[in-house]
Design a protein. Structure first.
Ligand SMILES: Cc1cc2nc3c(=O)[nH]c(=O)nc-3n(C[C@H](O)[C@H](O)[C@H](O)COP(=O)(O)OP(=O)(O)OC[C@H]3O[C@@H](n4cnc5c(N)ncnc54)[C@H](O)[C@@H]3O)c2cc1C
Length: 394
């Protein structure tokens, strides 16, 4: 479709998460504007995790979507990169376990990148502020025969769009009802948090963890740690655009809740102290220099989330509504590719919108290709989970 034609279309993106913002950037790079509706009151209203691993396809998609200055800002604000990933036992010896392909170094132009999640989201937000409506929770939609879609929000307001892209994450109703995405609860959880790199933590935490990524294999769960140190001395970086942040260890357990003495009803009601107690119990026999990670943990950062996954799917009847990211393909974080796949979706959908002669054809072609690679990523992520926590037979 001619860019000129697209400029006259009303494009609504639901959700200002990583995927929705990436799409809005990619459209804007081509002079096409869209309106992003986000249910939260602001970008930093809730905690959303700390580090995101951006692999080579994810980085290339970001490069395609972002203007040059923002892509450089992204590269300059990533944590120091190291190639290689250590797999360790709970007593800090090397383990022979191998992990999923997406985590391995293979042949890559550069090692995977590790931005601070809020920082990346703030970068993705740059230049879009005038196009984002915060505090707008989508509650309903209606597609007319002419292809127009009327959106209704929780505050009673409405908006009519020619194309709607649901990028509203794991609980997306459009993903479930329109795109027929079926999600399952895998029965496993992640418990994640961070530990600031204070002089005390530096002294007490094992040297092995003070470089790159480490995976520690436990009984029915694994721990992933990433050392996040940033080069704040870069003069050319526009630090003033970003909320302040500092060096830290990111860590996440992926595993069976019963290994932590947790049951389903607990997940959202546990206090930080209770989460830390559960961690201390399962790690009580671990090497002291590993346990130091939790001794110095930032209590306010602790969080427990059930792991959900979409099931591989077939194409549905395409229309003027589509979806990207977790809304249409939620993946276990064990594969580390959920956000990377959302970036790829954003780049692909825009390319089809520009090159096909109607919105309908662009959406159909996008969905056809997206379903193939996202099905593969879903399966790889589930496999990754089996390696990290074993097969859950509950
Ligand atoms: C612990 C953990 C670690 C992870 N690590 C990685 C990693 O290293 N690499 C990787 O690639 N992936 C990782 N992931 C997965 C990644 O976080 C997701 O795949 C990614 O955030 C999906 O982006 P999204 O834009 O689709 O959804 P989200 O980022 O969830 O954004 C959805 C947005 O929609 C908004 N919203 C929701 N409902 C509505 C509504 N009704 N109306 C309006 N707005 C709404 C939300 O407030 C939110 O802002 C990890 C996930 C977890 C849980």
């Amino acid at each position: 479709m001619m860019i000129q034609q697209l400029k006259s279309k009303r494009i609504a993106v639901i959700g200002a998460g990583l995927g929705g913002l990436c799409l809005a950037q990619r459209l804007q790079k081509n002079g096409i504007s869209c309106t992003v509706f986000e249910k939260d009151a602001a970008i930093n209203t809730r905690s959303q995790g700390y580090r995101i691993r951006v692999n080579e396809p994810g980085r290339k998609a970001l490069q395609e979507c972002l203007p040059e200055n923002l892509y450089s800002l992204f590269l300059n604000t990533c944590a120091a990169s190291y190639s290689g990933m250590k797999v360790l036992t709970t007593t800090l010896e090397s383990s022979r376990n191998t992990l999923v392909e997406s985590w391995s170094d293979g042949v890559k132009e550069m090692p995977d990148l590790k931005p601070n999640r809020l920082t990346l989201r703030e970068i993705l937000l740059q230049g879009l502020q005038a196009h984002i409506c915060f505090g707008k929770e989508l509650t309903d939609w209606k597609e007319s025969e002419s292809g127009e879609v009327e959106l209704t929000f929780a505050d009673g307001s409405t908006y009519t769009a020619d194309l709607v892209v649901a990028a509203d994450g794991v609980h997306s109703r459009i993903g479930k009802e329109y795109c027929k995405d079926k999600k399952i609860n895998t029965g496993n959880i992640t418990i994640y948090g961070r530990t600031f790199y204070s002089p005390e933590a530096q002294k007490a935490i094992a040297r092995e963890l003070q470089e790159g990524t480490s995976v520690i294999i436990g009984d029915r769960f694994s721990l992933i740690t990433d050392f996040m140190t940033f080069d704040f001395s870069r003069k050319e970086t526009s630090w003033d655009l970003l909320s302040p942040f500092s060096d830290y260890f990111y860590w996440a357990f992926i595993g069976n809740p019963q290994a932590f003495g947790m049951v389903k009803s607990d997940f959202y009601s546990l206090s930080a102290e209770e989460i830390l107690n559960a961690i201390n119990k399962v790690t009580c026999l671990w090497h002291p220099q590993l346990k130091a990670l939790f001794h110095y943990a930032d209590l306010s950062s602790l969080s427990v989330t059930p792991i959900r996954s979409s099931l591989p799917k077939e194409q549905w009847k395409s229309g003027n509504i589509t979806a990207l990211g977790d809304a249409v393909h939620t993946m276990s974080p064990a594969g580390g590719v959920g956000a990377n796949t959302a970036f790829a979706d954003a780049a692909l959908l825009t390319n089809y919108l520009i090159s096909r002669n109607s919105i309908q054809t662009a959406v159909t072609d996008y969905e056809k290709q997206m379903i193939i690679y996202s099905n593969q990523a879903i399966e790889m992520s589930l496999e990754g989970g089996e390696i990290l926590h074993g097969i859950n037979e509950d």
